[in-house]
Structure formats: C-alpha cells, structure tokens
Design a protein around this ligand. Structure first.
Ligand code: SER
Length: 884
C-alpha cells in the first residue's frame, strides 16, 4: 500500500476505540452473540444485526438510542474462494444499530467522524469513497453535507447496495464506504472486481421486513444497521490491503509457517494453504467454542468441512500428524481476552479437534490412495468420473470439494453432473427403501386412509381409558383394508380417538386392550402414520371386531406409569448433563421404555466416574425435591422465550407443549415435549445410571433406570454383593478387607512358590556350587541351570554367597526359563569386582550368544535372550573372558 499518510492501529485498538466511540454516542454495548443464532431461519450468525431482529421488528424495545457490538460472524457462501487474499469464513463485525432511536443523518455523520477524526481512524478524506443505493438521493446529500465531494459518491444497484440477513426478515438499502489503495492497484471504481477500492463499512438503512411470500411491508420505524469488517479495517490501518495481512490473521499464518517450515509469499500454492489454514482453524475453534460439533448436516457439517479442508491443506504442505490445536491455541492467545469462552472450553475444543483430525486422517489415507490410482489412470486432460467422486464421498467420507481440488492439482476436471446424478440416485434409493418398513407395501393404504380419515384424537394425557371410540379402519399386515378383523391375524386398527400414545420422540407406544361388549383385541404397539393417524397393532383374541364398532381403548396402566417416569427422567438427565458437562450437550436420540431409558447426547469423551456421580446426584436431588411437573400449551415463540429446550433440527408447530419441573421462573428443566410425564418428580423414586458408552463420533449413550427399575437394579447389585460375601465367607461390609487380605495371601503364596521352585532345584544349585572355580582373587561359579527365570537366578546367587560366607565369590549363571527364554545373571562380591570381575562386561558378551542384550552394574547384571541353544556358547564366552 502506498504512502503512510495516516496512522497505524492494531486490531485490538480499533475494536476498543469503535465500541467506545458508539457508547459515547449513547449506544448500549452488547457482547457478541453465539455463532448459533437464536433466529431459526439462520444457520450461523452472519451479521451484527442478527441478535437484534426483534428490536427491528418492534416486538422488543430498547431504552437506549441504539446498540453497538463486535459480533462473531461466519459466512459460508464463499467457502471455495477462501484461500485467495480476500475471503474469510469467520470474521468479526463492528456494528452500530438503531431501532428508531437515531437517524440516518446521525449514522452517516458519526461514521464520517469515526473514520476521519484524528483521535479515531484518521483516514485521509481524499482516499474515501461512498456508494449509495440507486435512488437514495437522501444518502448522497447526507454524505455531501459531511464534506464528501459528489465525485466520491456513486450509485449501485440492488446486488451491491441492498442488504438482507436471510431470505426473510429486516432488510433495506445501504451505503458502503470504500478506501482507495492507490492507482498502482487494479480497479476503476468502487464496487468493481479490482483491488484498488476496498469496501470496509456497510451502512444499512433497514426499513423493510421481507415476508415468506416476498412482500416487504415497512418496519415499525426506520432503522440503522452498520457493519465494519474488523479484519478489513485492521489491514487498512496496518497499511496492508489484504484481509490476511492484519495482525491477528498474520499471527495465524505464522503458525503454519513454523509447522510446515515454509515462508508466506514464497509461492501461490503455499500462500493459499497458509491462508486456508489460518481462516478455517480460527473458524473451527470459535464454532466448537460455541458448542457446535462436527456432524453430517447443518452447522455440524459446515464445521466438519472447514476442519477437513484445513487438515487437508496441512497435509499438502507436508505437516505430519495432528497439528490443528497449534492453531486453536494461538487463536486463544490472540482472542480469548475478548471471547473468554475459548479458554473456558479449551478442553472441549482440543478434544473435538484432535478426534476429528485423527478420524479424517485415516479417511484421507484411504481416499487419497484410491483417488491417486484413478487419476493415474486418466489420460492427459481426462475428466474424473462423477461416479468415482461419488463413491469417494459415499464410502470414504471424502469431501467432494477436496476431490475436485486434488483432481485439479493433477490437471483434471471432475464430472460434477455425474457426481450430482449419482447423489440424486442414492437419495431416491433411500427414499424408496424408507417406504418399505415392516408393514411393507401397506404404506399406500396409509396414504389413502390419511386423505379420508380425520387425525386420531389423543386423550391419553389425562385418561388411561377412552370410552366410545369408533373403529374407522382395519389394515392387514400386507396392506389391505379389511371390513373386520379375523381372530388370530395381526392387524392395525384406527380409532377416531384413543388413550394410546403412539411411539414418538423416543417414547415407546402403549400396549393394552380394545374391548367391547363381546370382543377383546390385544394391542402390542401403537404407531404413528401420516396425517396424524394412530395404528393400534395387535390381534383379536375373542369375539368379532368390525368397522364402525364402538370400543373402549384401555392402555396398560402400570406400564405407562413406568414410561411416564422414565420420560421425565430423560428431561432431568438432559438438564443435569448440561450443568455438569457444559452447554454443548445436546440430545441426539432417546428411548423411553417402561424398564429403562436410553439417552444419546453430543459429547466427545467418556464421562468420568465423578461426572456420572454428579449427574446422578443432581437428578436425584430434583426427585427428592418432589417438584410438580407442569405442562402448558403455548405459542412456539412464548415457549422459546421462556427458555424451553428444543431439540436441534426438530420442527415444531405453532403451539407446543412445554413441560417444566415446577412453576418457577427458572425450573431445573423446561423442554418442548409431546410425551407423557410423571405428575411429580417424586414418582421417579430413585434414578440410577447403569451404563455409559460411545455411539458414533462425538456422541455418548447413557442408560438409566428409575422407580421400580432402579429398585430392581439396586436389589440385583445388593444380591450380587451378598453372593460375593458368601463365597468369601464374610459379611458384605467386610468384602473389601477380605479381598485385600486374600490378595496379600496370594502374594505371599506366590513368593513361597518361587522359593520352593528354587529349593526344588537345590540339587542342581548344590552341584553348581561344588563346581566353583578358583580364579585370581575370587571363586567363580559358572553354570547352566534348568527351568529358572531371572528372579530365581538371583536367589541362586544368594545361595552361592551363603555357601562361601568368608570368601570373595562371583557367578555367571544361565538357565532356560519356564517360558522358553534364556535368563542370564552375572554377579560378584565387592572383592571379586575389585579383583577384576565385571558383571556388566561378562553379561554383554554372554548375552550376544543367546541372541539377546543386557547390562547392569559391575557387581550385578542380567540379560535375557531368545536362543536357548546358545547357552553353552554363552558360558564358554564368559569363561574365556574371565580366563577360567
Ligand atoms: N448487516 C450489514 C452487513 O452485514 C451491516 O451490518 O453488511
């Protein structure tokens, strides 16, 4: 960038100064919201205004004239462009916002004051340019009133100067501020593709509220939403043009330089990889820090894709093993003062990154080998078949963008049409097979029934028995509609209303009976079909059942009671897990059965015994507190505002049931749920976790029991302890002491056995001792023994010393030990050693003959080796060394 005609500021200085400036104007400072937006129409936070949507829409009001923030943002629309000098996925956006509190004129005047004022950015006025929306004369005049010349203001169309966060919601015309890098850069005018004019601040005059149908009614007031890309302005304030040249990203690029021993700006390919790594690793760190976990859809997939692309580019630069945490730690060092959740969640971040990195490393190995083979087979200029790219994606989890990138690197295009066609075909196969469930072709009958019949009314929240229910349909197992149910044949019966809860949200279907004056139909399961129809599956055991019959539907009361308790327990468990492990815990599936419950949730490592105990303790405390379970039906918005936990990715209707423990403002648990629940937590009696295991990547599974199930579990454990105590012949409370004393006995017995083993070989020991040679200054026993290990040879050495209590003595012993290996020992008394016996030397030379190695001190050395046939040679070499 040309001449330094303005000052330099760091990222931290700009951030601080911006927020202070707008606070001084009366805006309220808001912390950044999470990357997971509250607004369900958005995948990820993509602008500072997201968290203020309700203020724009007028459903909330702010006492202050407006707000200011520095917001974490993530945009993925340009993901494949990242790697050039411009695009970023994660970035920080400085913003100031008004919801009718201050005017467009204020926003423009303050923006000008901030960018040109010498106590702030102090940018030279002649290098600043503005664009406005095509017909926004008002904005032109407002800029001009600040002293901006007309030839520094231009008009742009909808594509550039009309802004909306998403397909619906607040939007409006905008005005952008550009910095002129100077004529040495390419570019004719603000808004073109060149690098000369850099856009760094967008002032949106949010006026409309776009609806699903495309209409745009006016918002209750005229608003302001401005956004300044912090990376961009940092690069400008550091006299560099590229987003990646600001201090923060430059530090991250440096991590890659060190890891890969390369220099930034040494080649285009290296630059691209370094930039991708800097950007993606920062995005990944922030995403996990906000509780997003790698997955196959939604934001989990975005995370996985960014992480994998980063790993791949590390590999491209030759970085070995897991390395991404070097980046995440640098991100923390640079940014945790502003975003403390990074360090608070460091363990989670490190754990998820490393686990995912290792998993993908293995995928890459397999996929790369296959891809390399296929690319090698292509002729020059040949196109990689889409079918193969699909197989890589489908079987190896190899991302398509990586395939395209690798193929491109080898000079080949990828047949994307073929890839998409294969993908489509697979989707259709999946759809077709989803229609073939246990009731096979019966699906069509359910489609036609749902067109004809009303939704089954559920009266089972309050009643176990539903009288006067009418039989509307009878469907056979092979999908035929029947007039009546033949005795003994499995059928599904549809009623106009029922007390049977059909399997849903993990809660199993009820069992029970449909009864009439002269019939009895046993229900073994209740299932949902399309159109809100409930099928009662079972068979007629007495009498006759016909269309139009009026029956009494009665569920198995006791079984349902158990189910209720276990369902309530899953809610308590969910809340306790969040408290103990963190907010990243999110339910990923459940089973609520009468005898147990199963709960799957996102978490990256096994729970410790202590964590399990704390979770169990929290749930039991809530049970003992005997809180009433309160169920309320309300609007979805009201439910969310009350803090009710909703399942990620689950679609909810306009009105929902909210199940809370107690009436209080902040209950232990509050969830959106259609299931049946205990009336009071005390009904659960006792909660026990019976197992913890892993399910797939980053998910854990807990199984637990309550009430009768918990008593049964505890009884079983107590009975087991009783059995153990009986066979140990002690009282249950003495079991541990008994086990410890048995262990001590066992140790003692083993020791004795060893000495017996040596004792049993006392004959051979005696004859070895007898064979002691007299060498210069000491006696020496050089002998081969049978069946002894290293430990026993040391006992033999003790015996030798005992045999010659007054004389200097040494030994070289070899034995084929019981496990078929050679044990060698050389040892000598101090006098023997000073007379020239060096146990270490002896052992080294003997060990070689048995194919082994060993060593030790001059007075004691041991070795082992595999070659039993080398024992005579080993002893011979010892003799030779000792001059015996
Ligand atoms: N929402 C606008 C943008 O993101 C201004 O903050 O560009």
């Amino acid at each position: 960038m040309s001449t330094a005609d303005y000052k330099t500021m760091t990222t931290a200085e700009i951030r601080r100064d911006y927020l202070k400036f707008f606070e001084s104007k009366g805006c309220k400072l808001y912390p950044s919201s999470s990357l997971i937006p509250e607004d369900p129409s958005l995948l990820l936070a993509n602008a500072g205004m997201n968290q203020f949507k309700e203020y724009y829409q007028g459903t909330k009001t702010m006492r202050e004239i407006g707000a200011t923030s520095c917001q974490k943002c993530l945009r993925t629309n340009d993901i494949e462009n990242i790697g050039d000098a411009r695009h970023l996925s994660f970035f920080e956006m400085l913003g100031n916002f008004s919801f009718g509190g201050y005017s467009k004129a204020d926003a423009i005047a303050w923006a000008w004051e901030f960018i040109t004022g010498t106590e702030h950015l102090g940018l030279p006025k002649d290098r600043l340019y503005m664009t406005v929306f095509e017909n926004d004369d008002e904005a032109i005049e407002l800029w001009h009133a600040q002293g901006v010349e007309y030839d520094h203001i231009s008009r742009l169309g909808e594509e550039d100067n009309f802004w909306a966060a998403g397909p619906t919601g607040p939007c409006g015309p905008c005005s952008e501020i550009y910095f002129d890098q100077g004529p040495e850069f390419e570019g004719e005018a603000p808004g073109d593709d060149g690098d000369r004019y850099l856009e760094f601040w967008n002032l949106v005059f949010t006026q409309y509220d776009r609806q699903e149908d495309g209409s745009m009614p006016e918002l209750p007031h005229r608003n302001i939403d401005t956004g300044m890309g912090l990376e961009r302005i940092a690069a400008i304030m550091q006299h560099e043009g590229s987003n990646y040249e600001g201090d923060v990203l430059r530090s991250l690029i440096h991590v890659g330089e060190v890891l890969a021993s390369v220099r930034y700006h040494s080649s285009e390919a290296v630059d691209k990889s370094l930039r991708i790594l800097a950007d993606h690793s920062r995005a990944v760190t922030f995403m996990i820090g906000d509780g997003i976990l790698p997955g196959n859809e939604g934001r989990g997939y975005v995370l996985r894709r960014l992480l994998r692309r980063a790993v791949y580019h590390g590999r491209l630069m030759g970085v070995k093993g897991s390395f991404l945490t070097s980046y995440s730690h640098e991100v923390m060092r640079l940014m945790a003062d502003v975003y403390p959740q990074l360090t608070e969640n460091q363990a989670l971040i490190d754990g998820i990154i490393t686990a995912e990195e290792e998993r993908f490393g293995a995928t890459l190995d397999a996929g790369e080998a296959m891809l390399a083979g296929a690319l090698g087979d292509l002729e020059e200029g040949g196109v990689l078949p889409g079918e193969l790219a699909f197989r890589l994606h489908d079987t190896y989890g190899f991302p398509i963008d990586l395939t395209v990138e690798i193929a491109e690197g080898a000079g080949h295009a990828t047949d994307m049409d073929g890839f998409n066609a294969a993908m489509q075909a697979q989707k259709e196969r999946a759809r077709a097979s989803a229609n073939r469930d246990a009731w096979g072709k019966a699906n069509n009958v359910w489609v036609s029934l749902s067109d004809r019949l009303p939704e089954t009314e559920f009266c089972g929240y309050e009643q176990d028995t539903c009288e006067g229910a009418r039989v509307l349909a009878i469907v056979s197992e092979d999908g035929a509609e029947l007039e009546s149910a033949p005795a003994g044949q499995k059928v599904e019966v549809v009623l106009d209303r029922t007390s049977f809860y059909a399997e849903m949200g993990g809660q199993v279907g009820d069992t029970g009976k449909l009864g009439g004056s002269s019939l009895s139909f046993v229900v073994v399961d209740a299932k949902h079909h399309g159109g809100g129809l409930v099928g009662h599956e079972g068979e007629l055991v007495a009498g006759e059942l016909k269309l139009g019959d009026v029956v009494t539907a009665s569920i198995d009361h006791g079984r349902r009671e158990l189910i209720r308790r276990n369902h309530t327990a899953t809610h308590l468990l969910d809340s306790a897990l969040k408290q103990v492990l963190g907010e990243h815990v999110s339910q990923a599936g459940s089973l609520v059965a009468p005898d147990r419950l199963r709960f799957d949730f996102t978490h990256f490592e096994a729970m410790t015994a202590d964590e399990l105990a704390r979770v169990e303790g929290l749930v039991n405390a809530e049970i003992f507190a005997a809180e009433p379970i309160v169920t309320k039906v309300m609007g979805i918005e009201e439910a969310k505002a009350s803090g009710a936990v909703a399942l990620f990715g689950e679609k909810y209707g306009e009105t929902v049931r909210v199940v809370s423990t107690g009436e209080g403002e902040s209950p232990f648990s509050r969830e959106l749920c259609g299931g049946t629940h205990a009336r009071n937590t005390a009904e659960l009696g006792l909660f026990k976790i019976v197992s913890e295991s892993s399910v797939g990547s980053n998910a854990r599974r807990l199984e637990a029991v309550t009430s009768a199930g918990a008593i049964e579990y505890v009884d079983e454990r107590i009975a087991l302890l009783g059995d153990v105590a009986a066979s140990l012949k002690c009282r249950p409370k003495d079991v541990m002491a008994r086990v410890e004393s048995l262990e001590a006995d066992l140790r003692e017995a083993r020791k004795k056995l060893e000495s017996v083993t040596v004792g049993a070989s006392s004959d051979q020991v005696a004859s070895a001792i007898k064979s002691a040679l007299q060498l210069e200054g000491y006696r020496c026993v050089i002998a081969s023994l049978e069946g002894l290990g290293g430990k026993e040879l040391r006992s033999v050495w003790d015996s030798i010393r005992d045999a010659f209590p007054a004389d200097p003595v040494a030994c070289v012993l070899a034995s084929a030990s019981p496990d078929g290996k050679v044990a060698l020992l050389a040892a000598g008394t101090d006098v023997a050693v000073s007379s020239g016996f060096k146990a270490g030397d002896v052992i080294r030379c003997a060990a070689e003959r048995v194919g082994g190695r060993g060593g030790g001190r001059p007075n004691m050395a041991q070795a082992g080796g595999p070659d039993v046939s080398g024992i005579p040679a080993a002893l011979e070499s010892a003799r030779a060394l000792l001059g015996a």
